[in-house]
Design a protein around this ligand. Structure first.
Ligand SMILES: Nc1ncnc2c1ncn2[C@@H]1O[C@H](COP(=O)(O)OP(=O)(O)O)[C@@H](O)[C@H]1O
Ligand SMILES: [Mg+2]
Length: 266
């Protein structure tokens, strides 16, 4: 799906620049590499998975794309623009463990936090911001619970609130860190439906996850990461035993049922 918007640049050969382009990215902590020469390109309107085991660099890559972690070398471009000029295009959903659910704040207020980047420091929320928050709450089916304290929600509801906050940023690119962790099958399915709606609206989603089955059955593209990119492409093409074993460094069993690939840990 290609769309021309303000800020999107054409390439010299007339094509459109990918939503996310990462070139030869090296990054790490205290001299220890977490990402080694990572290169990938994600087209606009894609639901893309970033899969790898714990410690494989998924969160680091998302944080570099967000401009929150400075790489040692390499470059990130969003629709052809450098990150520092294009940060407003991004929406970020952090890992759920990074959120303090005991903090006494309502669902509405959490989603309004997604507007703060647009509000700046000096402006108070105006009607447009409140309307945007209601729209996002409606999108995730949470308007009835808008005044509820976030600590009183189920895990699935908390996840939908975080997603609504991400949408309140009005992003063209969404970076989601482990959104499925700890959810039961129904809540996971609901969240995936939301991702599909957002993709159908032309947005680009990059989702860090170790849930291979979900990526295998529902995602357009996947990048297998273990400090390096092991493989990138359509899940059904790249999810081979060899690639998954190299990514997860353990033996995984692939099961094909009615044309869909499922992954089982042994
Ligand atoms: N703030 C940090 N300080 C030091 N090391 C870190 C920090 N964050 C991550 N790391 C290390 O970087 C590597 C990649 O971590 P991370 O990007 O969090 O992986 P993932 O999200 O795939 O679990 C790991 O070895 C981890 O221990
Ligand atoms: Mg992580």
């Amino acid at each position: 799906m290609a769309r021309v918007d303000a800020g999107q640049q054409d390439t010299e050969d007339g094509g459109l620049r990918p939503a996310i382009e990462v070139s030869d990215l090296w990054a790490g902590y205290n001299g220890q590499a977490a990402l080694e020469g990572v290169t990938l390109a994600i087209e606009e309107g894609c639901l893309a998975g970033l899969v790898g085991p714990n410690g494989s660099g998924k969160s680091t890559l998302l944080r570099v794309i967000l401009g929150l972690h400075r790489p040692w070398r390499g470059e990130v471009r969003l629709f052809g623009q450098k990150v520092d000029r294009a940060r407003r295009l991004l929406g970020y959903m952090p890992q759920v463990e990074l959120v303090d659910w005991a903090f006494p704040v309502s669902v509405f207020d959490v989603v309004m936090m997604g507007r703060y980047g647009r509000l700046g420091l000096l402006r108070s929320p105006i009607r447009r911001d409140r309307e945007a928050v209601w729209r996002c709450l409606e999108q995730v089916g949470m308007t009835d619970l808008a005044r509820r304290q976030i600590g009183e929600l189920s895990a699935g509801q908390q996840r939908r609130v975080l997603f609504a906050r991400t949408m309140a940023q009005e992003p063209r690119i969404l970076l989601l860190d482990e959104p499925f962790t700890g959810l039961d099958a129904t809540a996971q399915h609901d969240l995936l439906n939301l991702f599909n709606d957002v993709r159908a609206a032309g947005k680009t989603l990059l989702v860090a996850t170790h849930d291979l089955s979900c990526v295998a059955t529902a995602f357009d593209h996947a990048a297998c990461l273990n400090r390096k990119i092991i493989a990138f492409g359509e899940p059904r093409t790249i999810f081979t035993e060899q690639v998954l074993n190299a990514t997860f460094q353990t033996h995984l069993l692939l099961v094909n049922v009615e044309g869909k690939t499922y992954v089982s840990y042994q």
